[in-house]
Structure formats: C-alpha cells, structure tokens
Design a binder for this molecule. Structure first.
Ligand code: ZN
Length: 146
C-alpha cells in the first residue's frame, strides 16, 4: 500500500536555473542538491509541506532523463510514492501484472531505495516507489524490567 506522495520529479535541462525559478515561485529554500551516480543525474529537492519536488538534470546524453527531454521536452517526469516495504510491493505489483522497470530495488537519491513501474502499465505516468533507508521497522526494545 502507498503511504503518501513522497515527491514529484521534474526533468530539466539546467538545474541551477530550475532551482532559482522554483525558489522564486514557491518562496521555499533549496533543501539539497545530490548527484545520483547510478542514474547519471544531478538532482535538487525542495520540501513543500509533507512532499518534495525533485528536479533532475541529466549528466549523460544516453540516460533516461536525456531521452525523456529529447522526446517530450522539459516537464513532469514521475510521481514517487512512499511505501513501507519496497521488496513486498515489487512482488505484489508483479503478481498483479504491472510491468516493472526494476524488478529489484536500487539506490536512489535522498537516502532511499527506489524502483519504477513502467508508464505502459500506469496510464503513461512513470511511477516510482521509494522506501526510506533510515527507517527500517523499529525493533522492539527488551529491557526486561517487568
Ligand atoms: Zn524520484
């Protein structure tokens, strides 16, 4: 089950100008800039309430963001939903017949495990699932005081 919209991803040609634009548009300060080696992208995040906006600039002319911009121009790229257990969600969605771009979780930006569902399965909306690495299920503390 999805918990919430974690972030909305926007593909841009120039991260710096996108950051300036969004800062002026929203009056919100930049949260962070992060390079994601595995995806060949530079990302920036703005926190808007309980959700984030992620801007993505490609560092590699052959990667998914470059191809997206070539085909569609800049703009909305994906919606990311937070889940508790990404491994179980991948299994659940595969069983339901969703076409997964990633059949295993991978390292994403913002300290997350991520995977993508192919837009062919989701009314042409690239859908990301993400799980916070910093919040594994909390183990019950056994203090033995009773
Ligand atoms: Zn994302």
């Amino acid at each position: 089950m999805f918990n919430k919209i974690d972030h909305i991803g926007i593909a841009v040609k120039d991260l710096e100008s996108a950051n300036k634009m969004f800062g002026a548009l929203s009056e919100i300060g930049l949260l962070k800039i992060e390079k994601v080696e595995s995806e060949g992208v530079m990302t920036s995040f703005f926190k808007v309430g309980d959700t984030k906006i992620e801007f993505l600039q490609s560092l590699d002319p052959d990667n998914a963001i470059s191809k997206f911009i070539e085909k569609n121009g800049e703009g909305l790229h994906h919606i990311a939903f937070e889940v508790e257990d990404i491994d179980n969600e991948i299994i659940r969605l595969k069983e339901l017949g969703f076409e997964m771009i990633n059949t295993q979780k991978k390292e994403g930006a913002d300290n997350k495990y991520i995977c993508f569902v192919h837009p062919r399965s989701t009314n042409r909306v690239l859908t990301e699932l993400c799980q916070d690495k910093a919040s594994p299920p909390a183990p019950l503390l056994q203090r033995g005081e009773n």
